[in-house]
Design a protein around this ligand. Sequence first.
Ligand code: NDP
Length: 283
Amino acid sequence: MTLTGAAKVAGVIGWPIVHSISPTLHGYWLRENKVDGALVPLAVARENFARVVRALQLSGFRGANVTLPHKEAAFALADQSDAAAKTARAANLLIFHDSHIEARNTDMVGLRESIRERLGDLKGRNVVLLGAGGAARGAILALDELGAANVHILNRHPEKAASLVRELGPLVACALEADDLRDWNKAAGTAHLVINATSAGMKGHSPLAVDLGALCSTASVFDIVYNPLETHLLKDAKTRGHVIIDGLGMLMHQAVPSFEAFFGVRPKVTDGLRAFLEKSLHA
Ligand code: NDP
């Protein structure tokens, strides 16, 4: 890759950042669209986040993607935010303008488009959502936009699920319920779709402890974890014949608005991109 002095440069900020697949993903689109630009991985500790963001803005960066543990800090420091970032109180995209910083949350777009691509809309459907962290917050908005009738949130610390219901209930049309993850067997039977939005199953974390035997055979199982791509949960769901959705679709779709904001071209999510990323994840 050769950059000229006129290159469009953006960053992806996290701690750690070494496992991020975003530079690879954006690199594919940069080559495909022949853009003179780069997405630079930046390992930034929590205490340095705000200073680094200001410095990048002053250095002519177009913006930055933001990953763990900075998504809440990114939302807090922005001057202007979209509705998804306000609801999630977290942002994964910062766009630098001359006089201000704009925050967006595109994880919600990624989840919505990834479900739409595989299952269409969710009108009248019951969803069991596992987890009550940042990703689950965005997921509730996405599921509401897709027309879900009921979203049953189960979390290891059930009070966090209950507080999500109190906070987001008035903002969405779908019915929200909250329970303990231990109530899985009761909740699972009526689910059309189960989404793992916890970090369980991620590389280095223990797998999610739920018994898929409680699910109806026609239910679909979506795991938003993408490293590994085929989690223990998805392997089990596949063996039992459920439709499965992995986290790569969400990852690719959440990156579309970022790439467009940084580099001025709306990129395409294609089978070629998926194959390329699958290869990188297995390397
Ligand atoms: P948070 O740290 O905000 O939330 C973590 C959630 O996981 C909490 O609900 C927590 O429960 C739960 N949890 C953690 N460990 C366990 C366990 N062993 N058993 C049951 N529940 C557990 O993380 P995020 O919401 O930001 O991210 C969650 C996952 O989503 C990550 O794996 C991340 O990589 C993935 N992700 C994927 C994206 C994609 O594009 N595919 C985009 C964004 C995120 P409790 O509250 O009880 O502690």
